[in-house]
Write a protein that binds this ligand. Structure first.
Ligand code: FPP
Length: 235
């Protein structure tokens, strides 16, 4: 990258749906519903701004531990979302892909994920990458296991286990690392999201709850990013 303020990849930890709903006196499920609507708006806005990759943390491996009714709500929202809103984004020339542990998900959901990936693979606009049933430590462990198997079989020598080969084993293998990681709702944690890929990302924490996040705020963050000095460990 020549200009290191190019915004190729933005990653967002969408937090605060529950608190947004509580503030309005609504059930948590309504916060998730509103959150899902914002996903569509932000994806369209980022695509229009020329962002190449937008990765959204929609469901972590740890989220499976939430009460069953909340997991069910999120899964039925996802099921519906795959058929409606995400399909609509096809028209915006957006390419859709998913990262995470698919074998934890119901078969019909996985089928629809494959369908959307297939149907949008030739789109030339932004890639919207949804992290669902995603955990970065699990992703890193799997990469290590795959490399270990290659070394064991003699397909790769130990000294070839380098950053490039390791990155190639991650879910995100065809994507650049994120330039910007945003977390909404005031929490300042990474919560097992893109641990490897975010090595040199610039972090932005906003108090805005995800359902209140807007294209304008995304613009403001991109502007702030441009004034940050990215040194990548150099001086
Ligand atoms: C965090 O809010 C958000 C989630 C755990 C899920 C994110 C999901 C969506 C934005 C909607 C679903 C998206 C798709 C693509 C179907 P929280 O519940 O942790 O909020 P809280 O911290 O205020 O309780």
């Amino acid at each position: 990258m020549t200009d290191n303020h190019n915004v190729e990849h933005i990653a967002i930890i969408m937090d605060g749906n529950g608190r947004w709903a509580k503030k309005q006196g609504l059930p948590r499920s309504m916060g998730h519903k509103k959150g899902a609507e914002i996903v569509k708006e932000i994806a369209k806005a980022a695509n229009e701004k020329g962002v190449k990759f937008l990765t959204l943390y929609a469901f972590s491996t740890e989220n499976w531990g939430r009460p069953k009714d909340e997991v069910d709500t999120l899964m039925s929202l996802l099921r519906q979302y795959l058929k409606t809103d995400l399909s609509e984004l096809k028209k915006n020339n957006i390419r859709i892909r998913f990262i995470g542990e698919r074998n934890m998900l119901d078969a019909d959901i996985v089928q629809n994920m494959h369908r959307l990936e297939r149907e949008t693979q030739d789109n030339t606009g932004m890639c919207l990458c949804l992290a669902i049933s995603y955990g970065a430590r699990q992703e890193i462990l799997q990469a290590a296991q795959k490399l270990a198997a290659l070394v064991k079989n003699g397909d790769l020598s130990e000294s070839d286990v380098d950053i490039q080969n390791f990155s190639a084993m991650l879910y995100t293998h065809e994507m650049p690392d994120p330039d910007i990681v945003i977390r909404t709702s005031g929490e300042q944690r990474i919560s097992n999201f893109l641990l490897w890929q975010a090595a040199y990302a610039e972090f932005f924490f906003t108090k805005t709850l995800w359902p209140d996040f807007s294209a304008q705020e995304l613009d403001d963050i991109i502007e702030q990013f441009k004034s940050r000095e990215r040194r990548y460990g150099k001086i």
